[in-house]
Write a protein that binds this ligand. Structure first.
Ligand SMILES: CC(=O)SCCNC(=O)CCNC(=O)[C@H](O)C(C)(C)COP(=O)(O)OP(=O)(O)OC[C@H]1O[C@@H](n2cnc3c(N)ncnc32)[C@H](O)[C@@H]1OP(=O)(O)O
Ligand SMILES: CC(C)C(=O)C(=O)O
Ligand SMILES: [Mg+2]
Length: 530
């Protein structure tokens, strides 16, 4: 592939399905890889490395299917510098409108001596033969001198030059073991750009691992030196500590365009949905404080920050959550929060307190926050109710339920609820699984259909009789409510959490009838990006 006509355009080479899949616990089957490949194409990546066809019949099939069905990006297959690997890669890519074969061979002294057991001259010859064979099949050939960052610089330059002469069109410089630091890696790229003949006709690429937590920093340093393809993965998954995270590189380039002056073709609003899709498929969760896509990436708990955010979001946010596909900034109430954020949340929950009442709620809130890790809306409501004594207590309580589920049979649930007037109401429903059936049965009784936007269960203690915690987040009338409940039975925990949010919706409606006032949204209205 020739370099892009725009010298400032960075090509995003996604290797989630190859290097990412090499993460322990991240193997994907054909249909999962296909689903991810389609999501990556929609995200706007330029190249998808779909797999390593010689690795297994399943990987061969995945590359073949993606090459046939996913159009738009270049589809790339990995091969060692072995004829059999290259032939297999070419076979998997047959019929692909935009194929690329990626051949690699380690060049560092450690790998030459101990792993490959080859002399430097043998390494050069093997690399040249591999690139030539790949070129017999396709015009777009990438070559990677594996462990480049630990390779003698002059030898690295020689191998790269010989690979270009043999027909490589993209030269990728991997920091295979995450050993480089930004200035060092930038110097390697600078050296290659200034000494290797023919390199300006090719795309210079970077591929960094995160063993020292420097994968993104190293990749960005190399882009500053003229590399124009960056290899990365969604959520930074990959061998050991992972690869450079795609979302972090893309948002660094976008947010600091003033500094880098570079662009990508990524639709950034799909970053979060794509990250969620991968977590869902692999079962590998993203840490809460992960940049860009972590649960805390746009959440603020500290009072001083929350106050700043409420006055002007750019005080504490350098990106807008909606630009990465996260619906909104979250002001989380906890022991570090202050009066401004509490006042906003209390108002959002439909309570209208005097300054004196609010001060009392604030004192109680701080006392509670010292005892609890997280403060839920239900806690704030209880504190506000205490001040107002409005009598909007829970409308419905759970009396009991049964649910039936089994292979091949339809799932159903029967529920009994007590209304606060003392009457017992019973109903039943069928659904897609016990939780769906249960929620539907509750809806039939309460006549308060709400939209579930998030639902999760997790064990909160160990062993087979572990307590299960259910988390339910719903949307009603454009407002969100969340609740958690714990029980040894996760279905019961789910029913209790769901009832709590339904009760909250009903209480809010009641309060608005008691004292109609203007709605003050909790969400922070984003200001335009500078
Ligand atoms: C840095 C990277 O991410 S490289 C990609 C790493 N990914 C993977 O290894 C995942 C898929 N791998 C596999 O399924 C298997 O390792 C296979 C099918 C590729 C090979 O399996 P096996 O033939 O049983 O070999 P094994 O993996 O045990 O050893 C690797 C062999 O390849 C050789 N080799 C390693 N890299 C290369 C290369 N780039 N070119 C040629 N030979 C190579 C090794 O020296 C070793 O050769 P030897 O058998 O003569 O000692
Ligand atoms: C195959 C190569 C590019 C690789 O993944 C690495 O060196 O890390
Ligand atoms: Mg790698």
């Amino acid at each position: 592939m020739a370099p892009p006509s725009d010298p400032n355009r960075v090509l995003i080479f996604d290797t989630t399905l190859r290097d990412g899949e090499q993460s322990p616990g991240c193997s994907m089957n054909l249909s999962e890889k296909m689903e991810m490949a389609k999501a990556l194409a929609e995200l706007g990546v330029d190249i998808i490395e779909a797999g390593f066809p010689i690795a297994s019949p399943g990987d061969f099939e995945s590359v073949r299917a993606i090459a046939q069905e996913v159009h738009g990006p270049i589809i790339c297959a990995l091969a060692r510098c072995n004829p059999v690997d290259i032939d297999r890669a070419a076979e998997a890519l047959r019929g692909c409108p935009r194929p690329r074969i990626h051949v690699f061979l380690a060049t560092s002294a450690i790998h030459r001596e101990f792993k490959l057991r080859m002399t430097p001259q043998e390494v050069i010859q093997r690399a040249v033969d591999g690139v030539r064979r790949a070129r017999d099949y396709c015009e777009d050939v990438e070559f990677s001198p594996e462990d480049a960052a630990r390779t003698e610089l002059d030898f690295l330059a020689e191998v790269v030059e010989r690979a270009i002469e043999a027909g490589a069109t993209t030269l990728n410089i991997p920091d295979t073991v995450g050993y480089a630091v930004p200035e060092h890696y930038a110097a390697i790229i600078r050296h290659l750009r200034t000494t290797v003949r023919g390199i300006d006709r090719c795309v210079l690429s970077v591929h960094c691992h995160n063993d020292l937590g420097l994968a993104v920093a190293n990749s960005l340093a190399a882009l500053r030196e003229g590399a124009r393809q960056v290899e990365c993965t969604i959520n930074g998954i990959g061998e050991r500590a992972g690869n450079a995270a795609l979302e972090e590189i893309v948002m660094a380039l976008r947010t600091r365009r003033d500094f880098f002056g570079l662009t990508t073709g990524i639709n950034t609003r799909l970053l979060y949905p794509t990250s969620r899709k991968l977590s869902h498929i692999t079962g590998m969760h993203v840490q809460r404080n992960k940049a860009i896509v972590g649960q805390n990436a746009f959440a603020h708990e500290a009072g001083i920050h929350q106050d700043g955010m409420l006055k002007e979001r750019s005080t504490y946010e350098i990106m807008r959550p909606e630009d990465v596909g996260i619906p909104r900034t979250e002001l989380v109430l906890g022991k570090h929060s202050g009066r401004h954020a509490l006042k906003q949340r209390v108002a959002d929950l439909g309570y209208h307190l005097t300054d004196e009442q609010l001060n009392r709620v604030f004192e109680e809130f701080k006392r509670l926050a010292d005892l609890k890790k997280e403060i839920y809306d239900s806690d704030i409501e209880a504190l506000a109710e205490n001040q107002l004594q409005t009598g909007t207590s829970a409308t419905w309580t759970l009396v009991g339920f049964t649910s039936t589920a089994g292979t091949g049979s339809q799932t159903s649930a029967a529920v009994a609820l007590r209304h606060k007037d003392g009457t017992i109401h019973r109903d039943a429903a069928v659904g897609n699984g016990p939780i769906d059936a249960l929620f539907k049965a509750i809806n039939r009784i309460t006549q308060t259909p709400v939209k579930v936007v998030d639902y999760r269960v997790r064990a909160v203690s160990q062993d087979i009789d572990a307590q299960g915690e259910a988390y339910v987040e719903i949307e009603h009338d454009g407002k969100r409510s969340r609740a958690r409940a714990v029980s040894v039975d996760v279905v019961e925990a789910s029913a209790l959490a769901y009832l709590e949010v339904v009760n909250r919706v009903l209480a809010r409606e009641l309060r608005s009838r008691l004292k109609p006032t203007d709605h003050i949204p909790t969400d922070v209205t984003p200001a335009p990006t500078p």
